[in-house]
Ligand binder design. Structure first.
Ligand code: NDP
Length: 238
């Protein structure tokens, strides 16, 4: 679906995986899309504005927004997609394993959302979508750090929803199950088999299927503080 007016969209980690599928979806709808990357830029043929940004660094976040705003105007759709895992059983997990995963997945989303809300308040309009995970809802062995960070996003979105009140600025969460990207490649065959055994769809998700939910939320005005699972039915709606 194309929109009457092109929106200024920023997708963190839009250079690959789920973020790239999301960025493509907005570009196909005619929006002006900026994506952040750290090492490898998205292919130039995609036509996105690529801005370098590590979400663990507030100055880089600010700079990325400045570049996106200069090129496309105030960011009115933010997708906080950048995420990373560092799996380890709790007894072996170092404090650094824990805090670095929180820093990227939770504090990183805080940094970009806070920066975006400023412009959205001025524009009087905005859509924020945070990429969580079914690990937030059901937990996962070896992921106390990641599940805590991703669960934190839900409380974050619901608190921000209440802060924003009647303004036309929404904040929602998408919680993917196992999706076919580099991130899911790190699972062992045994872990993958066990996960799929409890997934009614019987297969991994495709990044485009996560993009479907994000695109819906970017268009919806009366869906607020929601968590949408995209998990092949693994949580039966939860
Ligand atoms: P990938 O590992 O394929 O890609 C991760 C993306 O996040 C990359 O673009 C990466 O950028 C970026 N990123 C990681 N750390 C940082 C950082 N510190 N600053 C900026 N960007 C960073 O992951 P997916 O595409 O699979 O995951 C996308 C989102 O979906 C994540 O939030 C993930 O937690 C979530 N998710 C994924 C699931 C899956 O099964 N794939 C399941 C549930 C949730 P770079 O290229 O520079 O490293």
């Amino acid at each position: 679906m194309t929109h009457a007016t092109a929106r200024s969209v920023l997708v963190t980690g839009g250079n690959r995986g789920i973020g790239l599928a999301i960025a493509r979806r907005f570009a196909a709808a005619g929006d002006r899309v900026a994506v952040t990357y750290r090492g490898t830029e998205p292919p130039a043929s995609e036509g996105f504005l690529a801005v370098r940004c590590d979400v663990r660094d507030g100055q880089q976040v600010d700079q990325a927004f400045k570049e996106a705003e200069e090129a496309h105007g105030p960011v009115t759709v933010l997708v906080a997609n950048a995420g990373a895992t560092q799996d380890r059983l709790l007894v072996r997990m170092t404090e650094e394993d824990f805090t670095s995963v929180i820093d990227t997945n939770l504090t990183g989303a805080f940094r970009v959302a806070r920066r975006a809300v400023r412009g959205m308040l001025t524009a009087g309009h905005g859509r924020i979508v945070l990429l969580s995970s079914t690990a937030a809802l059901h937990g996962a062995p070896g992921q106390t750090n990641y599940a805590a960070a991703k669960a934190g996003l839900i409380g974050f979105a619901r608190s921000l929803t209440q802060e924003l009140g009647p303004r036309d600025i929404t904040c929602n969460v998408v919680a993917p199950g196992l999706t076919r990207t580099d991130m899911s490649q790190s699972l062992t065959e045994d872990q993958r088999r066990k996960l799929l055994a409890t997934t009614p769809a019987g297969r991994l998700g495709h990044p485009d299927e996560v993009a479907d939910a994000v695109a819906f939320l970017a268009g919806a005005g009366y869906v607020r503080g929601a968590v949408i699972p995209v998990d092949g039915g693994a949580g039966l709606g939860h």
